[in-house]
Design a protein around this ligand. Structure first.
Ligand code: SF4
Length: 62
């Protein structure tokens, strides 16, 4: 599975709070993914972050 953060990101930081192993953010910038492929160990957290994103800016792909 891999994650993509779209330009809709409003830099709220929620995804980083939920799953810092996959998502990261710099002050005032859009979030980004730290890994090309999500370790299966973190897939549940990545899904939770996706569902928690207030603007649906995270896309998960198999
Ligand atoms: S939760 Fe969504 S809007 Fe918030 S930083 Fe992450 S991708 Fe951006």
């Amino acid at each position: 599975m891999k994650a993509i953060v779209t330009d809709d990101c409003i830099s709220c930081g929620t995804c980083v709070d939920i799953c810092p192993e996959v998502f990261d953010i710099c002050d005032g910038e859009k979030a980004f993914t730290k890994v090309d492929k999500i370790d299966p160990h973190w897939e549940a957290e990545a899904k939770e972050a996706c569902e928690a994103c207030p603007v649906d800016a995270i896309i998960l792909e198999q």
